[in-house]
Ligand binder design. Structure first.
Ligand code: NBP
Length: 490
């Protein structure tokens, strides 16, 4: 048979199946393959029935049906399965052929795999794909990185199947070399953790502080979704709050309060520690999931550890005060979200420097603008900020966002202070505010900290009355020696 397929796709779970159907919709011929080959037949007989999708029952058969250069995309569980498929594919491919990993792989694995695959004369792409099942089917955000020579060969397919914004601009652009695409997807997921946590904190104050019902909160989220917070995650939260269980009661109230995680948020936080960048809000979001998982301990602690009554009856009883407080909560969410994205962009800047990537920050905001889980109107403003100043040091210093935080800040502070007084946990709102106040402090108490370090470990300090880079040691007790420890930062 003449090889006529445009691309092969390995992995017939939710992402793989939907991406194949999306590619088919756009006129590409796809060969489908899966480790458990019975899924190939099931897929062809059901979801792919009536399409021109081809099936293969072995890697050799799959490769034999592909045009050159061959493009093989994997949508399989991240980790070992990706390495195993790469090893199975290599003997069947020839120089110039392209292996693509579309799963949530760790960017360092992608760095390693690209080197390995290129050493065999092949090209490699590691791409983030976001949008879940619906995105994969109707248009995801796609963040590709890897061998630059591979991009012209996949660009048409990727941009055709991706989400489109602003009159047809695809939410897919080349991100950079090596693991840059997977890195940007990882930060996307970290930001997603943060956005979700912020929404949950807003929900929790309305529920436990103001005693609002799911239906009441549905109305609030519907209203918020018409303004600056307009986003996919606010939209689905609005719809979740309206969903009733079989008995007519809100389903959300019956869901156990322990959250799971698959690791991409954790990877973002680990990497931020390596690069020395404070993504405090994403870190709190990851830890909040960890705290939520300690259900049994929390139940036990709830009967032993005292705190104030979280109810805010005076505010809840007054329609005017209630609506003003709900507006404060909206402001707390909005301002914290600005801080979270500023932190995410700080991390990407540091990564670009460390790993020598030339990241296009406005382009990344555009890629996230549609198709993916964090898609929002707000990202359009981030794109504008970086378009007008690609060298912007920090999103918080952009004129638009300076003004937005100025407007939101009183409400934000009121919510964090009220929550603290009433014992309602708002880790993401409060860490965002703490970061904001630290970041705008020309002077922090790290002078005392350096003195402590020098006192117990002779770690030295710099002085405000001497040029930077000169280090001093004091014999604080009169008992220590004059020898200083070496000066370095980890
Ligand atoms: P899963 O992450 O559930 O993976 C299922 C696929 O991996 C199946 O094809 C399965 O083959 C294969 N697989 C497994 Br599991 N273990 C394997 C092994 N040891 N060797 C070979 N193949 C193996 O599917 P998914 O949810 O569609 O996600 C695919 C990728 O996309 C993942 O990296 C995921 O993190 C990422 N992603 C998922 C989403 C989402 O919303 N689900 C969104 C964005 C990105 P089998 O059928 O033979 O078991």
């Amino acid at each position: 048979m003449e090889p006529n397929a445009d691309i092969a796709l390995i992995g017939l779970a939710v992402m793989g199946q939907n991406l194949i159907l999306n590619m088919d919709d756009h006129g590409f011929t796809v060969v489908a393959y899966n480790r458990s080959t019975e899924k190939v037949d099931q897929f062809l007989a059901n979801e792919a029935k009536g399409t021109k999708v081809l099936g293969a029952h072995s890697i050799a058969e799959m490769v034999s049906r592909l045009k050159r250069p061959r493009r093989v995309m994997m949508l399989v569980k991240a980790g070992k399965p990706v390495d195993e498929f790469i090893d199975q594919l290599i003997p069947h491919l020839e120089p110039g052929d392209i292996i693509i990993d579309g799963g949530n792989s760790l960017f360092e694995d992608t760095n390693r795999r690209q080197k390995y695959v290129e050493s065999k004369g092949l090209l490699y792409i590691g791409t983030g794909v976001s949008g879940g099942e619906e995105g994969a089917r109707r248009g995801p955000s796609i963040m590709p990185g890897g061998s630059p020579a591979a991009w012209p060969h996949v660009k048409d397919i990727f941009q055709a199947i991706s989400a489109k914004v602003e009159g047809g601009t695809p939410c897919c652009e080349w991100v950079g070399e090596m693991g840059a695409g997977h890195y940007v997807k990882m930060v996307h997921n970290g930001i997603e953790y943060g956005d979700m946590q912020l929404i949950c904190e807003a929900y929790n104050i309305m529920k436990t502080g103001l005693g609002m019902s799911a239906d009441d909160m549905h109305e609030v989220f519907a209203e918020w979704n018409r303004g600056d917070l307009d986003s996919y995650l606010i939209e689905i939260s609005r719809d979740i709050l309206a969903k009733k269980d079989a008995d007519g009661l809100p389903l959300v109230d019956k869901i156990l309060d322990t959250a799971g995680q698959k690791g991409t948020g954790k990877w973002t936080v680990i990497n931020s520690q390596d690069l020395g960048i404070p993504i405090t809000l994403m870190a709190e979001a990851v830890y909040s999931r960890c705290v939520s998982a300690l259900k049994d301990e929390r139940v036990q602690a709830s009967s032993m550890l005292e705190g104030p009554n979280p109810a805010l009856p005076d505010i809840a009883a007054s329609p005017e005060r209630k609506s003003a407080f709900i507006e404060d909560i909206r402001n707390a969410l909005y301002a914290s979200k600005i801080v979270s994205y500023a932190q995410g962009y700080m991390l990407m800047r540091a990564a670009a420097k460390e790993y020598q990537w030339n990241l296009n920050y406005g382009g990344i905001a555009l890629m996230w603008r549609g198709g993916c889980i964090i898609r929002s109107r707000f990202l359009g403003k981030i794109k504008e900020a970086y378009d007008s100043n690609p060298a912007l040091t920090n999103l918080l210093l952009d004129d638009y966002f300076v003004g937005e935080i100025r407007k939101a800040q009183d409400g934000w502070r009121n919510v964090v202070a009220t929550a603290a007084l009433k014992g309602i946990p708002v880790p993401a709102f409060s860490t965002a505010l703490a970061f904001y106040d630290q970041y705008r402090s020309g002077v922090l108490p790290a002078n005392l900290l350096q003195a402590q370090r020098d006192y117990f470990g002779a770690h030295t300090y710099e002085r405000i009355d001497q040029p930077r880079g000169q280090f001093f040691h004091t014999n604080w007790t009169g008992k220590g020696g004059a020898t200083a420890s070496s000066t370095y930062n980890v």
